[in-house]
Design a protein around this ligand. Structure first.
Ligand code: ZN
Ligand code: MN
Ligand code: MN
Length: 289
């Protein structure tokens, strides 16, 4: 059985974005996610041409394909909130992030849809849609896809139910919107991937709402809290309430394994290398590597 499995982690860029492809290989991965600017800042620092060139070469040299490399939007972006100035700044920042992603030669920017901050889901969804319409319009020639990530049901977050993401996608009607499934956030929201039936249900839901081909990335995170407890506390693979057996059940489904699996677990490269070892052990047990 020959399958191309893709896995990796959210990578630090402290040694320069151009080092990420090599560091990805060093921790045992072949896929990654990054921030493409400081995620706690409203300012996007332009990347030097030389760094961009080195990054693109490093992608080739390390054999990382463009469907296995993702940018995560910064922490400040909130497309759903009632504060006009933050909403406006969020749109402008996301546009810059998409432009920088294009410059790096990458194809995907992952976002959390946003929090309505108490103003209600309806208004929140409307704002997200208006914001994304503008972002898509201003970046229409760049060929970058925006991935909506399912989130934890807390703090006014929109997008903890797949139906909410579906509604946003339908209202946008753009083929430049895709889906990321985060296992910790999903577990918080009651999607139980520790049983075969639960995974079947989830896959059926994704397929019937979006089509499985819209699922571009999985954030593979264990959860520090039990099913349905909306804390958004990620745990290392096998150490949380999804657990090693839970991930084994999840990964037994080919439709799941065929999507790039990106860790956002606690720690940095060292811990991610360990998590990838656990993941590979599970995949060996399943018999696919
Ligand atoms: Zn996220
Ligand atoms: Mn995530
Ligand atoms: Mn999270």
């Amino acid at each position: 059985m020959l399958e191309r499995l893709r896995y990796g982690a959210h990578m630090p860029t402290s040694k320069g974005i151009h080092n990420v492809p090599k560091e990805t290989r060093e921790i045992g991965g072949n896929a990654f996610q990054i921030f493409n600017h400081s995620p706690r800042s409203w300012k996007v620092k332009e990347l030097e041409e030389a760094v961009v060139g080195r990054f693109r070469r490093a992608m080739d040299e390390n054999g990382i394909d463009l469907d296995s490399a993702f940018v995560h939007s910064g922490y400040l972006v909130n497309l759903a909130g009632p504060k006009e100035d933050i909403w406006r700044k969020s749109i402008d920042l996301l546009v810059e992030e998409v432009e920088l992603t294009h410059k790096l030669g990458l194809k995907y920017v992952n976002i959390h849809p946003g929090s309505h901050l108490g103003d209600g889901e309806r208004k929140g969804i409307e704002r997200i849609v208006r914001a994304l319409e503008e972002v898509l319009e201003r970046t229409r020639d760049l060929g970058v896809m925006i991935l909506l990530e399912n989130v934890s049901p807390k703090g006014g977050n929109i997008g903890y139910k797949l139906e909410q993401l579906k509604e946003i996608m339908d209202l946008l009607g753009s083929d430049r919107i895709g889906l990321t499934y985060d296992t910790c956030h999903g577990f918080d929201a009651g999607y139980d991937i520790t049983t075969k039936d639960g995974v079947r249900k989830l896959l059926h839901e994704i397929d019937s709402l979006f089509g499985l081909d819209k699922l571009k990335m999985i954030h593979l995170n264990d959860s520090k809290y039990p099913l349905g407890v909306p804390k958004d506390r990620h745990e290392n693979i096998g150490k949380g309430f999804i657990g090693r057996e839970g991930f084994k059940t999840f990964l037994e489904f080919e439709q799941i394994r065929s999507v790039p699996l990106i860790l956002e677990t606690p720690g940095s490269n060292l811990e991610h290398a360990e998590d990838l070892e656990v993941l590979k052990d599970i995949l060996k047990e399943i018999g696919v590597i």
